[in-house]
Design a protein around this ligand. Structure first.
Ligand code: FES
Length: 366
């Protein structure tokens, strides 16, 4: 059980960092306004323009396919308004193309067209500060392919619209809220390069280790706690029968009698009566200092097995922080503990050895 506990501890430390990142990133993604993340707060609500009057003179769709000389199979062909005119959008496996529905000429989305389309889609207070071509997929348009125009506005969130160069669609609306969300998303799914694949090998591996950590935690829970631990949390419960503890010196003389309750922790019950046993772990069952003699027949706890030698256990030595008070029990205590006295000292140094352990150096008077 010792190696099991050690493994659990060290793996817990490593996994704990990632679990913390999962929780923090999940919390942050939940707190960020989804409207802002999607850039919908600066989106023009209705930008569907009615078809212009010229829609009565449009070419037939079959003519457009012939004019376009499309080599591959056409998946879709649709009529739509485009910058005050009307256009056919022809979609093939290779992408989309726009054709003027009246003249049949190919429409190329220029930087000026992209600026006009972006301004129509954008309802925020900013002005366009830059227009530049990008080749998708790029980080902010990673779910698309082909050429696009990157149109940036000078608002407080550095809103950036991506306009498809082949058919003028608004591909993405990005801003600083989305960029922050995207960092948390990357940390959450552990895909540090593409930021897309949440079934990647790393996240699966860490999830499996985290699951193992949880299962071992359940096993160690049953090893570390007993029913009495929980009963002792409730003071004055009806099940707490009074108990008497006889405290003996090593030669057998009874030096104190302590009134307590059955089921209480021996270490605490003795301390309540000013018999303070040495401890570095505050009763956590890890330092092995709070030893008393309860006799060889006293049950051996997991911590006893871990911290005491077989010889000590045979002699009846036990950790008092792991022992529960029984009625009329006899507790053997060493001379060092019995001869302990209270001293006043000066603190000369105080420093943390670990986040939970602090070293305090004292200077005795005289
Ligand atoms: S107080 Fe540390 S093991 Fe008992």
């Amino acid at each position: 059980m010792i190696w099991f506990r050690r493994l659990h501890k060290w793996i817990g430390l490593a996994i704990g960092i990632q679990v913390g990142i999962w929780m923090l990133s999940g919390l942050m993604m939940g707190l960020l306004d989804h409207e802002h993340v999607q850039g919908h707060h600066y989106r023009t609500v209705s930008n569907v323009a009615p078809l212009p009057a010229s829609s009565r003179n449009v070419l037939d769709a079959v003519d457009i396919v012939e004019l376009a000389a499309v080599a591959t199979q056409v998946n879709d062909i649709s009529l739509r308004s485009y910058l005050g005119g009307i256009a056919y959008q022809v979609t093939t496996a290779g992408g989309s193309q726009l054709f003027d529905a009246v003249s049949g000429s190919r429409i190329v989305v220029s930087a000026e067209d992209a600026a006009t389309l972006a301004k129509r889609d954008y309802s925020g207070p900013g002005q366009i500060v830059s227009i530049e071509p990008v080749q998708a997929p790029a980080m902010e348009v990673r779910r698309h392919s082909g050429e696009a125009w990157r149109v940036e506005f000078d608002d407080e969130e550095a809103t950036t619209l991506y306009v498809a160069a082949d058919d003028g669609r608004i591909l993405e609306r990005r801003n600083d809220t989305w960029r922050l969300f995207d960092v948390f998303w990357m940390l959450h799914i552990m895909d540090y390069k593409e930021r897309e694949d949440f079934n990647n090998a790393l996240v699966i591996l860490v999830s499996l280790i985290a699951a193992w950590f949880s299962i071992t935690g359940v096993v160690l829970f049953f090893d570390s706690f007993r029913r009495e631990d929980f009963l002792a949390l409730v003071p004055g419960g009806w099940w707490r029968s009074p108990a008497r503890i006889a405290v003996c010196a090593p030669h057998g003389e009874v030096v104190a009698r302590v009134s307590s309750f059955v089921g209480g922790r021996l270490y605490d019950e003795l301390a309540r009566d000013d018999i303070v046993l040495p401890s570095n772990c505050g009763g956590g069952g890890t330092c092995g200092l709070c030893v008393v003699n309860l006799g060889p027949d006293w049950p051996v706890s997991a911590a006893d097995r871990r911290l005491l030698s077989a010889h000590q256990r045979e002699q009846g030595i036990r950790l008092s922080c792991q022992a529960k008070v029984a009625n009329d029990m006899v507790v053997g205590i060493s001379d060092e503990v019995l001869s302990a006295q209270e001293l006043t000292a000066e603190v000369v140094e105080c420093r943390f050895l670990t986040p939970f352990i602090r070293e305090i150096r004292l200077r005795l008077p005289g």
